[in-house]
Design a protein around this ligand. Structure first.
Ligand code: FAD
Length: 422
């Protein structure tokens, strides 16, 4: 099922990349999904990296399908840092606008494994952007080139078990100055990717300026994963899925010492960096969710054509038709809103596109949940099982009604923006 052509015009480069990425996902990644699932199902290999994944990354990189998320320097992207190896587009991105990247990200959203194969997966994309925008060359050197090359991974530790973390001013982890070091003690949780054996660096948000105004109390600090005192307490599960080998983990910090020079930006700028980090990242998640919902719709249609009940194919029953038709309408609506938000980001920057990015963050995860839920229903009990991608896809889409800010926070902030404007 080909997505309908849109009102938005994509560059020739984007159209070529869309075709190349679509072919690579369909021919190389989707067929490998069963092997990845088997690797994760085996307790002996569960928290290790499937060798096929690294092989696919090397293939994608050789084809130039790498770091496609990095925007054009003219549109908020960054030129290659002198510390990073000069391997051309392979490390510093394709220079696409947000609009040009949107349909590519949609295609990568069709498979849970695809974003990583193209070095375009969360949380690394957001972390790389933070390092590009806010880190000094000395801070970038040990991490950024290796992240751009896909050699290591990273995690972003903001959310805490003891405070309502949807309000970032609540973040309370103490990061206390001691001579020329910071000392960190406390807990984080839902730190995605920190269990990945390749995860080498954490960006940790905590309080360095307890007496400052509410939005200027926290800072972001780079904490190498192997720093003494950093400990993975446990992996958390989403409806039973632990997303091994990357994981969403609870972390404890016990007298963790890092040099003062590991702080990103000015003291107290953590809230501002968190806001900046989540801008493009939110829309990337939404683009990928459109692709996931589209794949669920295609699976729904295939099942409705092939399986019969009460004397006719499922697709011959009105309620199945309703599920199919409504899903297509809702995906198309969300796709257009995503493209509109991406075009606004290109035209007006993060600040000017804030309302539209908020709108799609409100719309896309719920839309994907509804579509995947209908696909599960049409598959019968099989849809809930490990034989189909749908159950895990539902867990991922449902998570995104919370991750990067719960629906309600985006709804409230959109409403406030409109009330202010009038
Ligand atoms: C799979 C997954 C991966 C994640 N990865 C990361 C990660 O890598 N790094 C990280 O730091 N965090 C991560 N998170 C955490 C996520 O960002 C937080 O869960 C989210 O910000 C909400 O914070 P909280 O869980 O503390 O909910 P709380 O802040 O306690 O909020 C609970 C509920 O209160 C309601 N609420 C809150 N504010 C309002 C309001 N203004 N109006 C009305 N109702 C409101 C909402 O219903 C909300 O869901 C992840 C979460 C999941 C599920």
């Amino acid at each position: 099922m080909t997505p309908t052509p849109t009102l938005f015009a994509f560059s020739e480069r984007s159209r070529q990349l869309q075709a190349d990425v679509a072919r690579f996902v369909a021919e190389r990644i989707v067929p490998a999904e069963a092997a990845f699932a088997a690797h994760a199902a085996d307790p002996a290999t569960r928290w290790s990296i499937p060798p096929q994944l690294e092989a696919l990354k090397a293939e994608a990189r050789a084809l130039g399908l790498w770091n496609l998320f990095l925007p054009d320097p003219e549109r908020g992207g960054h030129p290659r840092h002198p510390a990073s190896p000069d391997t051309g587009a392979a490390t510093h991105g394709a220079g696409l606008s947000n609009l040009d990247y949107a349909p590519i990200a949609e295609i990568t959203g069709r498979s849970l494994y695809a974003p990583e194969v193209f070095n375009c997966s969360a949380p690394d994309t957001g972390n790389m952007e933070v390092l590009m925008h806010f880190a000094t060359p000395e801070q970038q050197a040990p991490w950024l080139p290796r992240l751009l090359a896909g050699e290591i991974r990273s995690a972003f530790a903001m959310t805490e078990p003891d405070v309502a973390s949807s309000d970032a001013t609540n973040i309370a982890l103490p990061i206390v100055r001691d001579g020329d070091h910071y000392v960190i003690n406390g807990r984080k949780w839902w730190t995605t990717g920190a269990a990945d054996p390749r995860c080498a660096i954490l960006i940790v948000m905590g309080v360095t300026e307890p007496e400052g105004p509410p939005h200027e109390r926290q800072s972001m600090v780079l904490v190498p994963m192997d720093t003494p005192g950093v400990r993975i307490v446990r992996p958390l599960t989403v409806f039973g899925y632990d997303d091994a080998p990357h994981g969403h983990v609870e972390l404890s910090f016990e007298n963790v010492r890092v040099p003062l020079g590991n702080r990103l930006g000015a003291a107290g700028s953590g809230f501002a960096i968190a806001q900046a980090r989540l801008g493009p990242g939110r829309i990337h998640h939404c683009m990928r969710l459109i692709g996931l919902a589209q794949r669920a719709l295609e699976a729904m249609v295939a099942r409705a054509r092939q399986r019969e009940a009460f004397g006719r194919p499922l697709g011959g029953h009105g309620m199945a038709q309703e599920a199919i038709a409504l899903s297509r309408c809702e995906i198309e609506q969300a796709r257009l809103l995503t493209l509109q938000a991406a075009a606004a980001l290109d035209a007006h920057g993060n600040k000017g596109a804030r309302d539209l990015v908020g709108m799609i963050k409100i719309v896309a995860p719920s839309m994907a949940c509804r579509v995947i839920d209908r696909a599960i229903q049409i598959h019968g009990a099989a849809g809930l099982s490990q034989d189909h991608f749908l159950a895990q896809a539902y867990a991922g889409a449902r998570s995104l009604r919370l991750a990067d800010g719960p629906d309600e926070v985006h709804i409230a902030s959109l409403a406030r923006s409109m009330l202010r404007a009038h």
